[in-house]
Design a protein around this ligand. Structure first.
Ligand SMILES: C[S@@+](CC[C@H](N)C(=O)[O-])C[C@H]1O[C@@H](n2cnc3c(N)ncnc32)[C@H](O)[C@@H]1O
Length: 254
């Protein structure tokens, strides 16, 4: 069987192919639990109104779904048709516009009081020029006083992708292999496996991903260059010292 049959990687590198169909079931959606908790805290603290959000790299729409239960509407952008399909299924009864587009250049022609981008989406952008472009684009979509909340992995955080993990049960067998390339500060990850279909047969998929680490100093520069004058960064999971933190939560205000 030709490789492309089970890879189906539409669009540029890091666009999710068949993996999109298994993303939630394979447990990656669990990250949204922590994201949502943190975001809810900020929304309550800063009393975001109107309740409108744009989620860049919205994936399968899990964050938007949870926010919809708290009265939010708005938009999601992702360049993987597979991820957008999943998001459309989940969000069919609520008011969100979904766009299959690159977050670095998407133009939604409207502004939001809240923009988000979570779980390695920024680390998937492979060049500095494009990251810069994305941060500017996110700011462009914020109304005056709006907040851009996102996380990113430092090179130290990206290193955690190194290694091999196997998960196996009656329904699936998944092999995840990552290699960290120190001099480039990036991890190359392959996720492949077999997932049981309704007819009892197993379907093979394979996904290649690249995660590029971004230092706190680099990110501060990107934010400054984009015109953000006020921003704060802290370790995502605990109140880590920044130089020990692998995943950094950032809040930037327009
Ligand atoms: C690890 S997933 C995270 C999805 C979601 N934010 C979450 O927390 O579950 C990364 C997502 O970013 C999307 N992505 C990566 N680079 C992108 C780009 N330049 N433009 C649009 N989407 C992008 C991928 O298609 C994928 O859905």
């Amino acid at each position: 069987m030709p490789n492309e049959y089970y890879r189906w990687a539409p669009g540029p590198p890091n666009s999710y192919g068949y993996f999109a169909e298994h993303y939630d079931e394979l447990g990656w959606v669990r990250f949204t639990n922590s994201t949502f908790r943190k975001l809810k805290g900020l929304i309550n603290k800063f009393k975001i109104t109107p309740k409108e959000i744009v989620d860049f790299g919205c994936g399968t729409g899990e964050l938007l779904l949870r926010l919809s239960k708290h009265g939010f509407t708005g938009a999601g952008v992702d360049f993987s048709p597979g991820m957008i399909n999943r998001a459309e299924e989940k969000l069919k009864d609520v008011e969100f516009e979904l766009f299959t587009a690159d977050i670095c250049s998407a133009d939604l022609s409207r502004e939001f009081p809240l923009a988000t981008c979570f779980f390695d989406t920024i680390n998937h952008i492979s060049t500095r020029r494009q990251i810069k472009k994305f941060i500017k684009n996110a700011r462009k979509h914020l109304s005056e006083g709006g907040m851009f909340v996102f996380d990113f992995l430092t090179p130290e955080g990206v290193k955690d992708w190194e290694g091999t993990e196997v998960t196996s049960n009656e329904d699936h067998f998944i092999l995840q292999q990552g290699k960290f390339i120190e001099e480039k500060g990036k991890a190359l990850v392959t996720i492949e496996g077999f997932v049981k279909q309704e007819d009892g047969k197993y379907r093979r998929f394979q996904q290649f991903l690249e995660h590029k680490g971004i230092t706190v100093e680099e990110m501060a520069q990107y934010l400054n260059d984009a015109g953000f004058e006020h921003f704060s960064m802290q370790g995502f999971y605990h109140d880590w010292e920044l130089d020990h933190g692998g995943r950094i939560l950032t809040v930037a205000c327009k």
